[in-house]
Design a protein around this ligand. Sequence first.
Ligand code: ZN
Length: 214
Amino acid sequence: MHRPKRMLVENVAWAHETAARDPGFFSRLAQGQQPQVLWIGCADSRVPAETITHSNPGDLFVHRNIANLVCPADDNTMSVLEYAVRVLKVAHVIVCGHDGCGGVRASLLPPPDGLPHVARRIAPLCALAGRHRTELDAASDLDARVNRLAELNVLEQVRCLRESAIVREAERPPRIHGWIFGLADGHIRVLASGDPDAEHATRGNILMPAEAIA
Ligand SMILES: [Zn+2]
């Protein structure tokens, strides 16, 4: 059985199991969505937002692209942000990058052949790497550079979101969080906790989830 066929079979099983566990689930789902969170993550198949946070349908409004970038000139990302903030009125926006990100890695290597869209897409990452060249060059190897640039990238997207007119001019601006998903252990590291004042006090420290929750 090829993968799409197997997915359809699994969907039937999931729908039956979900309805059996919670008979009102789908009627509530059909009534509309009120997600509290906009998730901006990488398109990487290993970082599925709902799975790694035990979230359910209706919990997360999701936008994913290569290297979880927020570019003000990108109508795709900005329309998602606009709708999430102005219509859904989400309380939180989470930017989640991850270790070993291929998009981040590509920005540290020569331009990829035959991938003009990817090359244009990661141009801001190349510029970010250039601004942090000294720190990145001090890393032990390429993997360490990739993981550090992935962190710097998340913080850059958090900054970009906080400066965007959509967030600044919101009646109740959402809190902007910056996270990194660790592929090696499945744990999320908190780079920006959603409270700029607290982040200023702990600048340079990466909070573990338990500290961020406290
Ligand atoms: Zn990635």
